[in-house]
Design a protein around this ligand. Structure first.
Ligand code: TYD
Ligand code: MG
Length: 441
């Protein structure tokens, strides 16, 4: 709905709107800057009812970095303000520079850093091979100057790295304190909402997992996203904890390499060696957030030459490994005392999930007997001390996801018999380690 005739006045310096002509702009302080706007330029308030179907899609800027766009719900929503948090050194500035580079293909973008010098940022850009004249760089901490620059440059995207380094002269206290962070965020929200400029705030997360000055701004912004390092060295997870324009179920995967963050299209493939299963290898799955990751565990069991046999664990807790070995010795009556045992997770993934107990155990048994598992099953379940196979959280999701990755056979706890709604896969229900062994060899 458009208003007829004159619909108001707007400050020609900063875009502030007013129904009447003002002498001095309350927003940017300019004098005699108000001009009347044409009827077509101003949209009047339009009301929709909840009954009416609102097809209006948010206007989004797609960066083309799929893992990023997907987590945001399909790209950066125009005029939205989101917070991206993560521990120092996790790769926030790296990711954001790549995002800026992509968005800068559509117009100018503004990168405000209160944290690093121009030289440091140039060096990062050099490393990422980013040379883009549409990326405008401002090293500044004063929110008034940031605002002024933003309104005069009118970028498609404004990034403030980080929100803890900016300050307002109107607020007491040093940068990073809650009132400063809150006030600066409020000003940036105003820029986003009033001028349709998309804003990304970078926030440092402390070890306790909170963005400093934190919860106070989480509810103010449209979305909150985190970059996590997994227990893995190079893998980075990007996920939302709040998203007004999408779900928070999506997780994006990146790998930190020499030339920045690379998208990982199918994280499971990183951890599966592919081809036929060799003896000692077993496929299993663990949850990363809500996403099941599939990976391969491997064992090597060889006669020892040491008085005390070696146990080497990579990707599994050492004490957990000792416990699993004890369960195997007791329940399957294998004498493992004369053997060294090496256990490894392919690709350096470090699952922290009891769901993988049975897989680790069968992998050791497989290597010991020098027999590969038949028909490449996905093995899921926790092992109890008496060798019983226990259910864990997420197994149904893992089976569904596994099916979509092409796995056909699943060895899962008996507990799930009759409970899973997954078609066209073979489910083998087991209640003990002995039963599982019978089924897979
Ligand atoms: P950075 O983006 O500066 O992290 P944050 O902004 O979250 O503090 O990146 C941190 C680390 O990433 C740094 O130790 C260097 C490393 N890195 C790479 O491994 N490859 C690269 O291409 C870049 C730019 C950084
Ligand atoms: Mg940084």
């Amino acid at each position: 709905m458009k208003k007829k005739k004159s619909s108001g006045y707007v400050c020609s310096v900063c875009g502030y709107k007013s129904p009447v002509k003002l002498g001095k702009c309350p927003q940017c302080g300019s004098w005699n800057s108000f001009v009347e706007v044409e009827e077509s330029e101003t949209e009047a308030i339009s009301i929709v009812t909840l009954e009416s179907k609102n097809d209006k899609k948010f206007e989004r800027i797609k960066t083309g970095i799929n893992e990023f766009d997907r987590v945001l719900g399909g790209g950066i929503v125009k005029g939205s303000i989101v917070l991206i948090g993560g521990e120092p050194g996790i790769g926030k500035s790296t990711l954001i520079l790549e995002v800026l580079d992509r968005v800068a293909r559509y117009g100018n973008v503004l990168y405000v850093s209160g944290e690093e010098s121009q030289e440091q940022i140039m060096m990062r850009a050099e490393r990422l091979n980013i040379h883009n004249k549409n990326i405008e760089l401002l090293t500044e901490q004063d929110i008034d100057i940031i605002k002024e620059t933003t309104l005069s440059r009118k970028p498609l995207l404004l990034v403030v790295d980080s929100i803890q380094t900016v300050f307002s002269k109107d607020v007491e206290g040093a940068q990073g304190n809650i009132n400063q962070v809150k006030e600066c965020t409020r000003i940036l929200i105003e820029i986003a909402k009033r001028h349709g400029i998309s804003v990304i705030l970078i926030g440092h997360v402390t070890k306790e997992g909170t963005i400093a000055g934190p919860k106070t701004i989480e509810h103010m912004v449209d979305g909150v996203f985190y970059i996590d390092g997994t227990r893995n060295d190079v893998l980075r997870l990007f996920r939302g904890v709040k998203n007004r324009f999408g779900t928070t179920n999506e997780v994006g995967f990146f790998e930190m390499g020499e030339e920045g963050l690379k998208e990982v299209q199918n994280p499971s493939l990183e951890f599966l060696s592919g081809g036929v299963l060799k003896e000692g290898s077993v496929i299993t799955s663990a949850l990363e957030g809500s996403l099941p990751i599939f990976f391969e565990v491997q064992s090597l069991v060889t006669p020892t030459i040491f008085p005390i046999p070696r146990r080497v664990a990579s990707g599994i807790d050492y004490n957990r490994l000792l416990l699993l070995i004890a369960i195997i010795e007791k329940r399957l009556r294998l004498k493992l005392g004369g053997f060294d045992i090496y256990v490894n997770v392919v690709g350096g993934f470090k699952p922290d999930d009891r769901t993988n107990d049975l897989a680790f155990a069968l992998s050791i048994v497989s290597s010991y007997h020098e027999k590969p598992l038949m028909s490449k099953p996905v093995v899921l379940g926790e092992l109890g001390l008496s060798g019983e196979v226990r259910p864990t959280v997420g197994i149904e999701r893992m089976v569904k996801q596994g099916k979509s990755l092409g796995f056909e056979n699943f060895v899962i706890p008996k507990f799930f018999e009759g409970k899973l709604k997954v078609n066209d896969v073979n489910l083998f229900f087991v209640s003990t380690l002995e039963e599982a062994k019978e089924i897979v060899f």
